[in-house]
Design a protein. Sequence first.
Length: 170
Amino acid sequence: MSASADPGEAQDPGATVVAESHRQIGFMFGFLVLVCAVAVVRVVTGGQANTAAVIVAILFGIFLVALIPVWLARSRRRARLEITENAIRYVGRDGSVATLSRQQGDELRFVKRHAATMSRTWTLGLTIVGTDTVITPLSLFSRQAVQQACRARGWHFDDHDQVIRRPTIS
């Protein structure tokens, strides 16, 4: 199920809200900034002033400068889960919405699936056991925080992660 919502508005004022983890966002972007900064420094201090070295330094410098505002925006406007007794609603940074309804069941499971058809990367999702509906991506959420919030609202967790080999529509 997909719709659009204003990411600043909660569907249910009584919902428990779990947002993407600042720590995980910071780690991901901090690592990228560090890699870019090290690349620029190595090229600049490497002693080679050829055209290729200058181009590499400029490209990594541009990427570094562009990465910082994206990091700040991503930290301010995080995706979130709104958890109630009847539904779990994922609201993406862009306002897209996906919902798991208690009418489908109340036993949840974390799933790992390929990010795309030919992708080698995996993304974490959440599903109701026995259904094909998957809320994804949850890779930047704290699994423990999601589990605690869901359990506090009466949802149950299957203790086994599932790997989905073929991508499904979220």
